[in-house]
Design a protein around this ligand. Structure first.
Ligand SMILES: Cc1cc2nc3c(=O)[nH]c(=O)nc-3n(C[C@H](O)[C@H](O)[C@H](O)COP(=O)(O)O)c2cc1C
Length: 340
């Protein structure tokens, strides 16, 4: 076996990793490749200090990227051994270490899920009124469980409670210009390949570059309030986009973990991506109604709605759609350091 992973395999692995979801598409990760080891780090220059002060969302994103790495590794015929947040005390930014070895017994499930990585996009379009089938619900619960997390489907009353919490967060946010300014930096504008600074204010009217959420991915505005899909728009032209009627009874589920340490949050990200790819495979898409989870007290309320102990990490709304609104990603050399 060679000392190094073949360069073409590294490209496939990392392209899969960066296709993972991240809050506001910040893509808050960087990778170091040495021999057969890939380390996944947080990129401290791509934080969301107002909306994600603890870095939980960043760790979830990195966990999702790690899961994609494992799927791509399986599809290339590697077995992957991994540790999540292996040294939280000494190396808090090192979120996962993956060791790849060629194997004759690759993981067939991960190999299959790898095929759906390019087709998973956050879907902010209205759904039909058809509930998610029982067997799909069970499959998605099993996907979360396989990565050490839980997925709880919410009944009608609990969905209404979540929508009340969404209303509550909107009221809290009215006077919080830090949060609104942060979102204005990351959300809106046309997607282009034009490079832009990772931080600092973006002048009004400037196009989105290879990060953030472009206007094209925002979906329509909801005709009713509170909306079942989070409206991320801050710019005046985005706020005036077309209005549509969304489903009245969204299928919502809460992804949670038993504990809330960094490794648990990375595991939550892996579970999230396993759930999302499993859903994509059966033609079910997802969006997120996460705003209550950005406030500690409301996050506890959401977890209580699940009826079990633990820590809520994502509120996921599932729909029968095939989303096409892909968001851009930065070019690979931006976040990779290969050892000589
Ligand atoms: C931790 C986390 C939180 C997120 N929160 C929301 C949210 O509250 N509302 C939303 O519409 N999208 C949310 N997203 C989705 C991101 O905006 C999306 O992943 C990103 O723009 C990249 O687009 P893609 O998922 O289509 O690849 C979240 C993603 C992650 C990983």
């Amino acid at each position: 076996m060679s000392d190094q992973l073949p360069a073409k395999d590294v490209d496939v692995l990392l392209a899969a990793a960066v296709a993972a979801p991240s809050m506001h598409n910040t893509q808050p990760w960087r990778f170091e490749v040495e021999g057969h080891v890939i380390d996944v780090y947080l990129d401290g220059s791509r934080t969301l200090p107002a909306e994600d002060p603890s870095g939980r969302a960043m760790r979830i994103a990195a966990g999702a990227a790690t899961f994609n790495l494992r799927c791509a590794a399986a599809s290339l015929g590697y077995g992957a051994w991994f540790g999540l947040a292996p040294y939280p005390g000494e190396e808090p930014d090192l979120l996962a270490r993956i060791v790849l070895e060629p194997t004759a017994a690759r993981d067939e499930e991960l190999t299959d899920l790898a095929r759906y990585i390019p087709y998973r996009h956050t879907d902010r379009q209205p759904s039909d009124a058809v509930p998610i089938a029982e067997d799909v619900r069970v499959a998605l619960m099993q996907a979360a469980y396989a990565e050490g997390a839980g997925l709880t489907w919410l009944g009608e009353d609990d969905v209404r409670s979540v929508l009340d919490l969404v209303l509550d967060t909107d009221l809290r946010e009215i006077h919080d210009w830090h949060r609104r300014a942060e979102r204005a930096h990351w959300v809106g504008g046309r997607s282009t390949d034009e490079p832009q600074p990772a931080t600092g204010p973006r002048p009004p009217g400037v196009s989105r570059s290879v990060d953030g959420v472009p206007s094209s991915a925002l979906g329509p505005r909801s005709a009713s309030y509170p909306a079942v899909v989070r409206d991320l728009a801050t710019r005046p032209d985005d706020r005036q986009r077309a209005e549509r009627t969304f489903e009245r009874h969204p299928d919502l589920a809460v992804l949670s973990t038993d504990f809330d340490e960094p490794a648990d949050q990375v595991a939550a990200g892996a579970a999230l991506e396993r759930v999302l790819l499993t859903a994509t495979r059966v033609g079910v898409s997802a969006s997120f109604l996460n705003q209550p989870l950005e406030y500690d007290d409301l996050r506890r309320t959401v977890q209580r709605l699940t009826g079990r102990p633990g820590h809520a990490d994502m509120i996921i709304r599932f729909a029968h759609n095939h989303p096409h609104a892909a968001t851009p990603r930065r070019p690979l050399p931006d976040f990779v350091r290969k050892q000589p």
